[in-house]
Design a protein around this ligand. Structure first.
Ligand SMILES: NC(=O)c1ccc[n+]([C@@H]2O[C@H](COP(=O)([O-])OP(=O)(O)OC[C@H]3O[C@@H](n4cnc5c(N)ncnc54)[C@H](O)[C@@H]3O)[C@@H](O)[C@H]2O)c1
Ligand SMILES: [Zn+2]
Ligand SMILES: [Zn+2]
Length: 362
């Protein structure tokens, strides 16, 4: 029997979200029903609400979640009712051309639930990133539910489901940060702050946090960033060069999603260094106008990072174990806990820069 639960729905571009009744089907083959315990508010949810990702309104928002498996479809063996899971948007298929070439982190055909969650009048909802977890319960593909140590508190563990994993992986996987590297992170919201943590855990000795907001810089410093640059009143490129003996950083991570910041990241990089683009641009943005000779002459790599090139089954349990061992402070990212009714206010707080993550607790 399908169940009716509460969920946060975005009905049109720029319109305030509402808490509405959502009908969640019983899990069919390959699907699992998850009782959501916590779900972080990510900037990507706001992008959805603004119509910046697709036009497939109405959306069921929320995609950084942890919860318990409530029921599984007839053929599901990977998880069982009662398991504590973090949801992911990379349930790898194993058979697409990327998976077949041994690159499942780029899987081009990831799994989502086949059945649709709907409004009570039958209107189909588009779940954000195939998850839709600002809801008491959600229906996902079995591979989207990754078991982790249940000793972790859901508010913290759930954040691995998107922003924190994306930022951490942007440094560790896409950027390949290693011991002794210098790393500059542009934008220190939830994603950038996780890149700072990833860079530090990977052994970077110089970690430069860049933001326009003094609070974000203070928080990055508290995490262990060795330098901070306030881009609202200093030129980040010049300052990063100065900090790195005139050379630039080995890895520059763009965690804002703006062309002028990508351009700064490009020029703030040492020869043969890597730029990682993890911030999500809007469709109207164009690449910065960079002379081709600069692209060639500087060498290195410009790499977009989808979800931090993570593999949830490999990375989520490991990062939860590091968290429980006190070596990765996931609690740092939980600025406040809120209810389902407060998501719209949380968007405003995010835009004002007051939080790393607001986390809905159910
Ligand atoms: N690639 C992925 O897989 C992935 C996953 C999750 C989120 N994202 C994206 O990452 C980006 C960041 O997400 P978030 O949740 O951390 O957002 P956020 O709003 O919490 O953080 C953005 C930060 O950038 C700072 N900023 C804005 N303009 C700046 C500038 N010109 N220079 C320096 N700093 C500036 C803001 O002050 C803020 O601290 C978003 O675009 C989001 O959609 C990407
Ligand atoms: Zn695949
Ligand atoms: Zn996200």
């Amino acid at each position: 029997m399908a169940q009716t639960v509460r969920g946060v729905v975005a009905t049109g571009p720029g319109e305030a979200v509402t808490v509405t009744d959502v009908v969640v089907p019983d899990p069919g083959p390959g699907e699992v029903l998850v009782a959501v315990e916590a779900c972080g508010v990510c900037h990507t949810d706001l992008h959805y609400r603004e119509g910046g990702i697709t036009d497939d309104f109405p959306f069921l928002l929320g995609h950084e979640a942890a919860g318990r498996i409530e029921a599984v479809g007839p053929d599901v063996t990977s998880v069982s009712p009662g398991d504590f899971v973090v949801l992911n948007w990379r349930a790898v298929c194993g058979t697409c051309r990327s998976c077949r070439r041994g690159r499942p982190q780029y899987c081009f055909a990831t799994h989502n639930a086949t059945q649709k969650m709907t409004l009570t009048d039958g209107t189909e909802l588009t779940p954000a990133l195939g998850i839709g977890a600002f809801a008491d319960k959600t229906l996902v593909a079995a591979g989207q539910a990754t078991r982790v140590d249940p000793a972790a508190r859901p508010e913290a563990a759930g954040l691995l489901g998107c922003g924190v994993m994306a930022g951490y992986g942007a440094a560790v996987h896409t950027g390949g940060v290693g011991p002794g590297d210098s790393v500059a992170v542009f934008g220190c919201g939830g994603v950038g702050a996780a890149a700072v943590a990833g860079a530090l855990n990977a052994g970077a000795t110089t970690v430069i946090a860049v933001d326009l907001d003094a609070r974000k810089l203070e928080w990055a410093r508290a995490q262990g960033a060795t330098h901070t640059v306030d881009a609202s009143n200093e030129d980040p490129v010049a300052r990063i060069r100065e900090i790195t003996d005139g050379h630039g950083a080995d890895v520059c991570i763009e965690a804002v999603g703006r062309p002028e910041v990508l351009e700064q990241a490009f020029y703030a990089r040492d020869l043969a260094g890597t730029v990682v683009q993890v911030g999500v641009p809007t469709p109207d943005m164009a690449m910065p106008d960079i002379p081709m000779i600069e692209f060639f002459g500087r060498g290195g790599a410009l790499k977009p990072s989808w979800y931090g090139d993570c593999l949830p089954e490999r990375d989520f349990p490991t990062l939860v174990d590091l968290y429980l061992a006190g070596r990765f402070d996931l609690d740092h990212f939980v600025s406040e806990t809120i209810t389902l009714d407060e998501v719209e206010e949380a968007f405003a707080r995010m835009q004002r820069g007051e939080v790393l993550r607001s986390v809905v607790v159910l």
